[in-house]
Design a protein around this ligand. Structure first.
Ligand code: C2O
Length: 546
């Protein structure tokens, strides 16, 4: 089956929480429309850019096997779609399912509203968990700023800022939230439109909530008063059901949780999406006082007739004790959750150490570095366009294969593959089929949600301090969690393993938008000799001429 979606990008005035600002949105709506496919379908997405800036569309977590040029990353896998221009993404979704999302991959643009959910259904998934729930509900959670991201970005990257990320003004649940307009006198803020999202659910049913952090900076703690969450999926991987009260969702991660509407009181319940303010330079009192909340209302319940609320802050329900005390938090990024379908991690054949840090660079501009390279979008055409130009039949690789490390049991080899002399493109070339270990060392005082395109990786371990090399031979390979985005703790490490079987140029980057734009991005170039077999459409190359 072929599924076609038309996405038109434009600037509009919008006030998701009452505060009126300029947004960049899809089809005049926010959040963008749900893209829904079955595994095996062909997905065609026509993007028309009626905005004032460049755009690209990235389908987060999709493998794009054989269609690297449809990965939608600005100046990495394609040139931007210019204002007034259009481009058609066209690819199949053969071998993955679950909860994903799509977003602009041009600068900070997705923060302004260019996001939407993407769900892949499959018979396999249905046979394993389909009987466990009655209804399916997308829940997008995010931080939210009251201005265009490009303005904050300029301040953030200005000299001498010591990596102080802009502090969010609010958070949203499915594109809506309460905000107290009296806190910003003089701004155009519509109190009557500052309404929370209300989930009207039937009594005594089980709902699958697909919780997606579509934000840019904050990890978000998701909970629902009086309703335990049964975790069944993370980043498109089914999980042995695990019950918890609070879900900590890093930027770009997804989880499916089941809730059952079996409470017999007449209350409406708070749905909470609290931003973790640990990394905020200053704490935002608005977020502390009002919280980021939605409302769960049982449809047959007399109290739900009183909705929408006046937005007074009188909660009908209280938080779980352990959520309020901020204690219980199963660390979902380490190995404590177990996939339903066991896949043994094969032994690694190459090992790369990635040191991620922030440094005050030339002219005192604070930049993020990966092994000493701070990413900037390539000048001229995208890196992949450049690679294709050099990939005429018979040529080997676009990228110099240097310093590849044959591992193992060493004290941490450092790989240095730098693309064609471009100082801002750090590329590790994996020319052949390999099982790759990536040790990410986070030398910064905040955690970083690292995302690898084109793959799911096994999370072989996550920890504080430095990686215990003497334990390298003792890793649990039986059934570690597989995912595409993992939070690497402050001053800590994560060891990721992936099978390099998907030819292409795949970024690995911190998904905190400020950090990405500060340079925390590198690439893996995998089996580049095979890339020439996959022919991009003419329109793809033409984008670079525009
Ligand atoms: Cu969600 Cu590089 O992407």
């Amino acid at each position: 089956t072929t599924r076609v979606y038309n996405l038109t990008i434009s600037e509009v005035a919008g006030w998701p929480d009452g505060y009126n600002r300029t947004m960049t949105v899809i089809n005049g709506q926010f959040p963008g429309p749900l893209i829904e496919v079955n595994m095996g379908d062909r997905l065609i997405v026509n993007v028309q850019n009626n905005g004032v800036n460049m755009t690209t569309m990235h389908f987060h977590g999709l493998f794009q096997n054989g269609t690297n040029f449809m990965d939608g990353t600005y100046q990495i896998s394609q040139c931007g779609i210019p204002p007034g221009g259009s481009f058609t993404y066209n690819f199949t979704v053969p071998d993955q399912y679950g909860t994903y999302w799509y977003h602009s991959h041009y600068s900070t643009q997705y923060m302004d509203g260019v996001i939407g959910p993407l769900i892949i259904h499959s018979q396999e998934e249905d046979s394993l968990i389909g009987a466990m729930y009655d209804y399916d509900q997308v829940v997008l959670i995010s931080d939210w700023y009251h201005g265009l991201a490009e303005g904050y970005l300029a301040d953030y990257l200005a000299p001498g800022n010591e990596n102080t990320e802009p502090v969010p003004d609010n958070g949203l649940i499915n594109g809506a939230a309460f905000f107290n307009c009296s806190l910003t006198p003089g701004a155009s803020c519509y109190q009557q439109d500052a309404n929370r999202t209300i989930f009207n659910f039937e009594q005594d049913k089980t709902y699958r909530l697909r919780v997606i952090n579509t934000g840019a900076f904050a990890e978000i703690n998701f909970s629902i008063d009086e309703h335990p969450l049964t975790l069944v999926e993370g980043d498109g991987v089914l999980i042995q059901p695990t019950t918890l009260h609070k879900l900590a969702v890093a930027v770009a991660q997804r989880y499916s949780v089941l809730i059952t509407t079996n409470i017999t009181s007449t209350d409406n319940f708070w749905v909470r999406a609290e931003l973790d303010q640990y990394c905020f330079a200053t704490s935002n009192p608005v977020l502390v006082d009002t919280g980021i909340t939605g409302v769960l209302a049982y449809t047959d319940n007399a109290d739900s007739a009183a909705l929408p609320y006046s937005n007074s802050m009188t909660a009908e329900t209280d938080s779980w004790d352990d959520v309020a005390a901020n204690i219980l938090c199963l660390d979902l990024n380490n190995t404590s959750i177990e996939p339903m379908i066991h896949i043994q991690a094969p032994a690694a054949t190459v090992f790369y150490r990635i040191d991620s840090s922030f440094q005050i660079g030339d002219y005192a501009i604070d930049l993020g570095y990966i092994n000493g390279t701070s990413w900037k979008p390539a000048s001229g055409t995208s890196v992949l366009n450049q690679a294709y130009e050099m990939l005429a039949p018979g040529l080997s690789s676009a990228v110099v294969d240097n310093n590849r490390t044959e591992l193992l049991n060493t004290t941490g080899p450092l790989s240095l593959g730098v693309f064609g002399g471009n100082q801002n493109q750090y590329v590790i070339n994996v020319p052949d089929y390999e099982v790759v270990d990536i040790l990410i060392n986070n030398l910064d005082d905040g955690s970083h949600p690292f995302h690898l395109h084109g793959y799911k990786f096994w999370v072989m371990g996550v920890g504080a301090g430095s990686f215990p090399y003497n334990q390298y031979g003792n890793l649990n390979t039986t059934n570690p969690m597989r995912r595409d985005t993992v939070s690497v703790p402050a001053y800590g490490w994560a060891l990721l393993r992936f099978v390099a079987d998907n030819p292409g140029l795949w970024p690995l980057h911190c998904h905190i938008t400020w950090h990405l734009e500060a340079g925390l991005l590198m690439h893996f170039e995998v089996q580049s000799k095979k890339m020439a077999q996959f022919e991009p459409p003419a329109a793809w190359a033409q984008l670079c001429a525009a």
